[in-house]
Ligand binder design. Structure first.
Ligand SMILES: CC(C)(COP(=O)(O)OP(=O)(O)OC[C@H]1O[C@@H](n2cnc3c(N)ncnc32)[C@H](O)[C@@H]1OP(=O)(O)O)[C@@H](O)C(=O)NCCC(=O)NCCS
Length: 167
């Protein structure tokens, strides 16, 4: 585990392609844990990626607690409900591993790209060297978004490892 003091992430209001305003803000574990777990309990498993999110409530709780101890998250919130979650987990090489999940009702409306852009700027300001992520080679939408934002495929095997150099 790498201990890092993460800078504060300022709240942003984004307008999605459906014209809805959605708040993107820092995740606070004590206050937001239940809301985030609720998003994943209601998450359609057809949109899981590499076995995540976990399926049962207990496994989701353990996963969220693990991520909160080891990483930094931002969430998208609409009407007090979490509709998107992006987490970065630093590694030993001053890079971060990134995962993102948008609730099925909010996918394909530009929210994922907005959250990615915000975290890329955040990671630059925080001084990280790069962002690493893994996706399935069949996940055309995710790959489209990542490539559009400058990520390159660095290991094209069963999974795709993708990387964005920040420095
Ligand atoms: C992948 C994900 C994060 C993207 O977020 P999103 O908010 O749905 O995506 P956006 O609306 O911002 O952008 C989607 C883009 O993909 C394009 N797209 C949609 N379906 C596509 C497909 N089948 N193939 C290629 N491109 C596709 C859209 O046209 C849009 O691109 P554009 O803005 O250039 O027109 C989200 O869909 C998601 O959570 N998916 C399920 C979980 C997942 O796969 N997470 C990735 C971790 S492995």
């Amino acid at each position: 585990m790498v201990t890092i003091l993460f800078p504060t992430f300022k709240d942003v209001i984004v307008r999605d392609k459906a014209g809805e305003e959605i708040i993107v803000r820092q995740y606070y574990h004590e206050k937001d844990r239940e809301k985030l777990i609720e998003m994943y309990v209601n998450y359609n498993p057809n949109y899981s990626c590499l076995g995540l999110p976990p399926m049962t409530r207990t496994a989701i709780e353990n996963w969220i607690d693990y991520l909160s101890k080891n990483g930094f998250s931002i969430i998208a919130e609409k009407d007090e409900k979490v509709v998107g979650h992006l987490v970065i987990v630093p590694d030993e090489k001053n890079r971060v591993d990134l995962m993102i999940f948008i609730h099925q009702d909010y996918q394909n409306r530009g929210l994922g790209q907005e959250m990615m852009k915000l975290i890329i700027e955040y990671c630059k300001k925080a001084g990280f060297d790069g962002i690493m992520l893994v996706t399935e080679r069949t996940n055309a939408r995710a790959i489209h978004v990542y490539k559009k934002l400058g990520f390159e495929i660095v290991a094209p095997y069963y999974e795709f490892d993708m990387y964005l150099q920040l420095k």
